[in-house]
Each structure stands twice: as structure tokens, then as C-alpha cells.
Design a protein around this ligand. Structure first.
Ligand SMILES: Cc1ncc(COP(=O)(O)O)c(C=O)c1O
Ligand SMILES: N[C@@H](CCOP(=O)(O)O)C(=O)O
Length: 468
């Protein structure tokens, strides 16, 4: 299995290569050269199987010969074992006649990111053990990737992780999940800016090839293909539980960086009968606007009740754009150049048609989000976090009640956002006991301006003290 860059210039790599590389050297994102498919009988056989079995079946064709079957099997068994605090790993909860919630928050840091980042830490270990040397991870987080990446990499000998979060723009629980990890291989940095600024710093550091090579930089954001891939698995597990491949299923996905929903797109490309994918956004609605207007136009970032989706530049949209543009790296590069220099670009009528054929989109503001939290709790006793509530609202707005089952991805545990949940429902969700004394534990983080040179200096300074 080979991977190509969306900008069409960087070398093709295998799975091990893309996992260690992160951002392609031409600034693009890696995607499979061809998407492998699973036949209907294979999907049927996965019904009722443990989550790790589904993971093995979905991941293996993408991993190719980068891992033996036994190595991959051992890795998925370890990943989707004790670290997830629910026997089903990704349980489905029915909240209405045709509405289901896919709970993705039973991992160690209470958000869907654990599904990929628990695996990614193990992949880094396996591949660095083989190649030797150390890795430097640089990540950006609007709240959840950070803690999940740190949980996946803390204490690992061959890895130092620098995690950037936008200062004052993540919830207290989210911040503490990162900043109370005091292992020396973890450096938390609050950037004076938005998540988009943090993500732009990460991409700029990768695009400085001397710096990148000098510190062996790699990515834990959905820049890294392995992140997206691991997220494909729960679409398959949910859909086969609800009758796929013999009946289609629709998904509503709380969306920011477009990584999670792009995983749903890949599941569909593998042959899973996905009827519709709903892009559910908060007021940071670049993707909903794109569907309505055919233009992808950057706007300012708004602070909302669903902070993890306070993102305007949706990194993974580039992966979809690559397909919409007939896999032309030149065309994607031109669009990305327009985004950088003019703040946006237009889709052609055909591209817009192809987008609308599979995706629907809805934007919910904070008032609507709170009302959905209250209504869902009132009707079914279910406490949804604000991100999940955006998904539930968008499912109702875009998907027919009598159509295929409507599955909303519950991307975070409500206890990560206790204030918003309590204000909407009157109930303060408790943190699960495995979170220990999070709210009392000592914190450590530093602050930096939104400045690449300052960030690189800080990283080099820290790394100069790390033993190799
Ligand atoms: C809780 C939560 N929901 C939704 C999202 C959006 O997911 P994506 O960025 O993959 O679109 C995020 C951040 O990624 C998140 O942390
Ligand atoms: N919402 C994310 C933002 C980063 O997205 P990623 O999927 O590219 O890592 C977060 O919570 O950090």
C-alpha cells in the first residue's frame, strides 16, 4: 500500500513512512494511492465481533507490509483493551426511534481522539524501535487532541512531545488533562492566539525542512494519516451493528478540522453503505458555508460552547479537495495558494455537485446547542456534551426521521464541559473515577507568542537537554 501527497510532489511512501512523516514534504497531506475495499460478506462477518477484530480487518489493507499480521493483531488487541472503560469500546445508545449516539468517549482522556492516539503511540514505538533514533512530536490542539496525544506518548523513551494550545480557549478540564502530566518528555505551550494559529505554526515548522529533519519531527494531529485511518474503524463497527451492508446508515459528525468526517468518507469509499454524512458545525462554519455557497472562505474564529470545534481552516478538507479535483496535485496546490494569499477559493459546479451528493451541513449557534442539550436530556435522560449536541441538532435538521438510521458521533464526555452542560440541563456531569484527582493536581505549562522563531528556539533549547 502506497500513499501520495495531495500536492502531488512529495515522494510516495508506505504506511510506516507516512506515520513517521506526518505532513508531506511538499506541504500536502498523505492519502492512499487507492482505497482498498471490503466486500459485503466481510462486513457481515464483522457484525457482533469485538471492536479489535473490526479494527484489524479495516486497518490491515492500509497497513500493508509495514507490520506483520501478528504485529498488527497484537497492537489492536493492546490498544482497544483495558484503556477503554466500556466492554463495547464504542457503544451505540438509542435515544429515539431512529436516533443513535455512537459514544466515542470511553478512552483514557474522554474524547474520540483516544481511538487513534492510543494506537499511534504504539506505532511510533514499533517503527522507531526498528529504525533507531528519537522522534520529536509537535501538535496543535483546541482541547482534545492534546491530552489524547500526551496520554498516548507520555513516558515513551524515544519521543518528546510539544503540544500547543490556544491560551484561555480550552475548557479547564481539557487544559488540566494536558498540563498535569509532568513527565519530562511532555512540554505544554499555551500560544497567544487561536487554534488556527497553533495549527499554522505546526505546519510552518514542518515546512522548514532543515528544522524538521534536524529534530526528526512528526505529527499527532490528523495531518498524520494514521490518525484518520484509526477513526474509520468505528464507522464500520457502528454501521454493521445497525445492519450494514444490508441497510445503509447516516452519520452526523461534529466537525472542526474535518478529520473525523473524512474518516467516514473513507469508510464509504471502502464499500460501507453510508447514505449521508452530515457536517455539524458551531458558529465557526466555514464548511457549512462552503456547501451553501460553493466558496471556501476563511473567517475569524469565534469562541463557542464547543471549543474543540473553534476552527476555521479545516485541515483535512484538503484531502477531500484532492478527490474533488480528480486527484490533481497542481489543482490542490493552486487552491491552497489562493487560501493563503486571498483567504479563499471557489469550487467548480461539478466539485460542488460532488460535495453535495454525499455531504449535508448544518450550523448551530450556542443558543441552539444549549437547547438541544436540554431537549435531549428532557426527552431521553441523555446528557450530551456541547459538541455532541451540535451533531444531534444537525442530524435532526438534515436527515429524514424515517430514512436510514441516524447515528450522531458523541465525540466527548459531558464532564469535559461541565459548565455548559449544567447551564443547559441543570445537571453537573461527574468526571469518571479513572480521572483521579485531576482538578487538584499540579499543573505545568508555559506561554509563547504566536511566533515560529520563538517556538523553534524553545523546542531546540528543550531538546538540547534531552539525552539521545
Ligand atoms: C470533542 C470534539 N468534537 C469534534 C471535533 C471535531 O473533529 P474534527 O476536527 O476531526 O473535525 C473535535 C476536534 O477535533 C473534538 O475534540
Ligand atoms: N479539535 C481538535 C483540533 C485538532 O484536530 P486534529 O484532529 O487535527 O488533531 C482538538 O481537540 O485538539
Amino acid at each position: 500500500m502506497q500513499y501520495v501527497s495531495t500536492r502531488g510532489v512529495a515522494d510516495e511512501l508506505n504506511f510506516e513512512g507516512v506515520t513517521l512523516t506526518g505532513l508531506a514534504r511538499d506541504g500536502g497531506l498523505y492519502v492512499p494511492a487507492a482505497i482498498p475495499t471490503l466486500d459485503a460478506e466481510t462486513f457481515r462477518r464483522l457484525r457482533g465481533r469485538p471492536y479489535a477484530d473490526v479494527a484489524f480487518a479495516v486497518l490491515q489493507p492500509f497497513v500493508g507490509d509495514s507490520l506483520t499480521a501478528a504485529e498488527l493483531r497484537g497492537m489492536v488487541d493492546a490498544t482497544y483493551g483495558d484503556a477503554f472503560h466500556h466492554p463495547a469500546v464504542a457503544p451505540l445508545v438509542q435515544v429515539d426511534r431512529n436516533d443513535w449516539i455512537l459514544e466515542l468517549f470511553h478512552g483514557p482522556t474522554l474524547a474520540f481522539k483516544d481511538f487513534a492516539l492510543q494506537l499511534l503511540g504504539r506505532l511510533f514505538d514499533a517503527f522507531t524501535a526498528r529504525r533507531g533514533g528519537r522522534l520529536t512530536i509537535l501538535g496543535a490542539t483546541s482541547g482534545d487532541t492534546g491530552s489524547a496525544a500526551i496520554a498516548g506518548c507520555r513516558g515513551r523513551d524515544a519521543v518528546t512531545i510539544f503540544m500547543l494550545h490556544p491560551h484561555g480557549r480550552v475548557s479547564e478540564v481539557q487544559r488540566r488533562q494536558m498540563t498535569t502530566v509532568l513527565e519530562p518528555n511532555v512540554v505544554n505551550i499555551a500560544i497567544d492566539g487561536t487554534f488556527d494559529d497553533c495549527q499554522a505554526l505546526v505546519k510552518a515548522a514542518f515546512n522548514d525542512l532543515d528544522f524538521r529533519d534536524g529534530v526528526s519531527l512528526t505529527a499527532v494531529n490528523s495531518i498524520n494519516w494514521a490518525r484518520v485511518l484509526a477513526q474509520v474503524v468505528y464507522y464500520v463497527s457502528a454501521a454493521v451493528s445497525l445492519g450494514a451492508p444490508d441497510r445503509p446508515v447516516s452519520f452526523s459528525v461534529p466537525t472542526g478540522n474535518f478529520g473525523d468526517i473524512f474518516a467516514g468518507y473513507i469508510a464509504r469509499a471502502m464499500g460501507l453503505p453510508v447514505a449521508r454524512l452530515v457536517i455539524a458545525t458551531n458558529s465557526n462554519d466555514i464548511l457549512a458555508r462552503t456547501l451553501k455557497t460553493g466558496r471556501y472562505d476563511r473567517a475569524g474564529v469565534h469562541k463557542t460552547l464547543s471549543p474543540s470545534m473553534d476552527i476555521q481552516v479545516a485541515s483535512n478538507f484538503e484531502r477531500l479537495l484532492f478527490d474533488l479535483k480528480g486527484r490533481s496535485g497542481n489543482a490542490v496546490s493552486a487552491a491552497m495558494e489562493d487560501l493563503a494569499t486571498q483567504g479563499g477559493f471557489a469550487l467548480s459546479p461539478d466539485e460542488r455537485g460532488a460535495l453535495a451528493a454525499l455531504f449535508a451541513a448544518e450550523r448551530l449557534d450556542d443558543g441552539q446547542t444549549s437547547r438541544i442539550m436540554a431537549d435531549t436530556y428532557g426527552r431521553s435522560g441523555y446528557l450530551a456534551d456541547p459538541h455532541t449536541a451540535v451533531g444531534l441538532g444537525a442530524a435532526r435538521a438534515c436527515l429524514d426521521e424515517d430514512g436510514p438510521p441516524r447515528v450522531t458521533l458523541a465525540t466527548a464526555h459531558p464532564a469535559k464541559f461541565p459548565d455548559a452542560v449544567a447551564a443547559a440541563t441543570g445537571v453537573t456531569p461527574a468526571l469518571p473515577s479513572h480521572m483521579g484527582d485531576l482538578m487538584q493536581a499540579e499543573e505545568r505549562f508555559e506561554t509563547l507568542p504566536n511566533d515560529l522563531a520563538a517556538l523553534k528556539r524553545r523546542m531546540l533549547d528543550h531538546l538540547s537537554g534531552v539525552e539521545t
